[in-house]
Design a protein around this ligand. Structure first.
Ligand code: GLU
Length: 275
């Protein structure tokens, strides 16, 4: 009897050890399918990529819709977790989210910590200023304060082109825009599409203008965990399918089409790989 229970305990321990090894080795693709849920990190205050709908109180936006398509292709539910520019990479690396579709530029320096999918949105950096307020481009920002978000590429890019400005980094873009309205900064700087969202959702959009030329390229990738190829392949395939079957264009037009407040003509093509 004693021998039988010893064997039982040994087998249980062995099974436990084996299952934890499997859990460690299983990639996000298997994990997500096993959980039945895709946990996506999205912005919650960046119109129109990820923000809270005033009426429904739901998180909505272009990035949210892209994540929903991926969850549908996986045959799982979608769970949304808000991330900021500063928290999206740590939250992904720590496993709090399975992917981050959060207006995130694919930068080679970020590749050291996480991996990225192919580009699913293309943008560049500009300035949002008060109309006729004297700032036309970054050349006019010498000795002035500029607002942006903590953890963004925008913080560094503006310093690269205008070393003589003072960058004030806020928690997010709405706070930077508030600072502009209060006269605490002379401009808000980030990707032009985010500036379009800020301006268009203001009570008085005509008071502001997006100005100057693009001074940094900002190709967005969906962030996935480092060395998690099966999952990255799945998300890449999903994006390519969306592009090829017209789903991408449908979603793009829903958020950035000519009938929206955030009209941005689609001027680039996704890099799709042949079958
Ligand atoms: N796309 C830029 C970045 O990844 C700026 C927008 C943002 O802060 O999310 O940093």
């Amino acid at each position: 009897m004693k021998k039988v229970s010893f064997v039982f305990v040994l087998l249980t321990v062995l099974l436990f050890v084996m299952s934890s090894v499997v859990a460690v080795n299983a990639g996000t693709l298997e994990d997500v399918k096993a959980k039945g849920v895709l946990t996506a990190g999205v912005k919650d205050a960046v119109v129109p990529f990820g923000y809270v709908d005033e009426k429904t109180k739901e998180l909505v936006g272009f990035d949210v819709d892209i994540c929903r398509e991926i969850a549908n292709k996986l045959g799982v539910k979608l769970e949304l977790k808000p991330v900021t520019s500063a928290t999206r990479i740590p939250k992904l690396a720590q496993g709090t989210v399975d992917l981050a579709a959060a207006t995130m530029t694919h930068k080679l320096s970020r590749d050291e910590v996480i991996d990225f999918t192919i580009t699913y949105f293309m943008d560049g950096q500009k300035l949002l200023v008060e109309k006729d307020g004297g700032v036309k481009s970054y050349h006019d920002l010498a000795g002035k304060r500029v607002g942006t978000a903590k953890g963004s590429t925008s913080e560094k890019n503006i310093k690269n082109v205008q070393p003589d400005c003072t960058v004030i980094s806020y928690e997010g873009y709405p706070q930077a825009f508030l600072a502009l309205k209060q006269g605490k900064v002379a401009a808000v700087t980030t990707d032009s599409s985010i500036l379009v969202g800020l301006q268009a959702s203001d009570d008085n959009p005509g008071k502001w203008e997006i100005t100057g030329d693009f001074f940094a390229n900002e190709p967005y990738g969906i962030g996935v965990r480092e060395n998690d190829s099966d999952f990255r392949d799945f998300v890449n395939r999903s994006l390519i399918e969306m592009w090829e079957d017209g789903t991408y264009l449908k979603l793009y037009n829903k958020w950035f089409g000519p009938d929206t407040k955030y009209y941005i003509p689609l001027t680039w093509e996704m890099e799709t790989f042949p079958k």
